[in-house]
Design a protein around this ligand. Structure first.
Ligand code: AMP
Ligand code: MG
Length: 403
């Protein structure tokens, strides 16, 4: 059996970067940048007021109250473009340009308009520079702010928008086909009859694959029959970059996924990983299409997808960080490991008031317990051969992708 690290390496070796494409900004979420993002303006583009209030000269309000003549108004989008002189003030709004001659903004709460708004009393002094963000203080025009290979998340969007990237070059989204296998499965809109259960894996894989930037086609449910599996797989291979199946990879007499893959001529790169849950994970390739044969249990699917298939999907888009980032946390309760396998155990992460990151293992009933898993935000990694990790020991964790 190979280790998880080796398996991920093998996945990355066989996940070639797809070509890039130019997409509208609003379609770029969860993609990976295929170009550097360069600021086409200073930020802020002008000296900007940070508060609603009055633009003043700090020297004019050194002793307070100080009465100043209001000579104009600077609003966001409509500045006051004259020279403000000593003894004068300009009413100013958050986001508006600070007029020449002013060197501070006093917030409106510390002022009082007098004489039917002809002048203003500044009730507290301000030091020069207060409540002004200087032009280019945040970013200078021409600076590279994001790089090709960076992943685009919701926090990135403002940067792209602000520098005018109405179209953005990204790695093309891999096309994924998902196929749940198992004669016990019915679709979610069906009432399971005797001995049946609803398929959840197709939806889980679809959700995580979309978070990883892929587009997803759900194939019809496939029964445990090698010919049926082959037929469906063969049809899907034409259309997708990555085929992801679930179920049928263990040692049961009705586990036919590997047989179907092999009969279709798949090169198998691995079919057992020292991983708990997820030992029977399969990775291979048919023609140019990558194939992941994930185990059937829903929690195993979530773990193995995010360790292996996600890495492939991110790498195909050109991500420089295709794998889940590891963090160190302190274990809140004792957990058990395994002699032969590395364990990835569902957990909740939280940071206490001292800034310590805690990993709290979830109580769960094993790899079929998707209801308990629904609370997980991370996985605790227990190294292979470690039988037990005590509370308060330091552990490696990875965060589960999610919203
Ligand atoms: P298998 O790997 O095919 O032996 O499946 C292991 C377990 O996962 C069995 O209890 C299956 O019923 C369950 N399972 C397999 N596929 C799915 C699926 N698509 N949705 C929910 N549970 C599944
Ligand atoms: Mg099965």
């Amino acid at each position: 059996m190979i280790t998880v690290v080796e398996a991920i390496q093998i996945v990355l070796q066989h996940s070639p970067k797809l070509e890039f494409e130019s997409v509208p900004l609003s379609d770029a979420l969860a993609s990976t940048l295929a170009e550097d993002i360069v600021a086409d303006t200073d930020l802020p583009p002008f000296d900007r007021a940070q508060m609603d209030g009055y633009a003043v000269r700090a020297a004019d309000v050194a002793s307070t109250p100080a009465r100043l003549r209001i000579v104009g108004e600077s609003a966001a989008g409509a500045g006051w473009h004259n020279e403000m002189k000593t003894g004068e003030a300009v009413r100013i709004m958050t986001g508006a340009p600070v007029p020449a001659g002013a060197d501070a903004v006093q917030q409106v709460e510390l002022t009082r308009e007098v004489n039917g708004a002809g002048s203003v009393e500044i009730l507290e002094s301000v030091e020069a520079g207060r409540s002004i963000v200087r032009q280019a203080q945040e970013i200078k025009r021409g600076e590279t702010v994001l790089r090709a290979g960076d992943d685009i998340n919701a926090a990135t969007i403002a940067t792209l928008a602000s520098f005018g990237y109405a179209q953005v070059k990204v790695g093309r989204r891999p096309r994924v086909a998902v196929m749940a296998t198992g004669s016990e499965l019915v679709d979610v809109d069906q009432k399971p009859a005797r001995d049946q259960i609803r398929d959840s894996n197709n939806y889980t894989i679809e959700a995580y694959a979309r978070l990883a930037g892929a587009t997803v086609e759900r194939l019809p449910l496939a029964g445990d029959d090698t010919e049926e599996l082959k037929k469906q797989m063969a049809a899907a291979l034409e259309r997708c970059n990555v085929l992801i199946t679930s179920g049928g990879v263990s040692m049961g007499v009705y586990d036919f996924t590997k047989a179907a893959l092999k009969e279709l001529g798949a090169e198998i790169f691995f079919e057992r990983v020292a991983l708990r849950p997820g030992k029977p994970s399969v990775f291979g390739r048919i023609g140019k299409t990558l194939v992941f044969g994930l185990p059937g249990n829903p929690v195993s699917v979530a773990v193995t997808f995010n360790l292996f298939a996600r890495a492939a999907l991110r790498a195909m888009q050109g991500s420089t960080k295709p794998t889940l980032a590891e963090e160190t946390a302190v274990l809140a309760r004792t957990v058990k490991g395994s002699a032969e396998r590395e364990s990835y155990l569902p957990a909740i992460l939280h940071t206490d008031e001292k800034g310590t990151l805690w990993a709290e293992p979830l109580k769960w009933g094993g790899s079929s317990d998707f209801v308990a898993f629904a609370r997980a935000t991370a996985l605790i990694i227990v190294p292979q051969g470690v039988k037990m990790l005590d509370a308060n020991s330091r552990v490696k964790t990875v965060r589960l992708p999610g919203l």
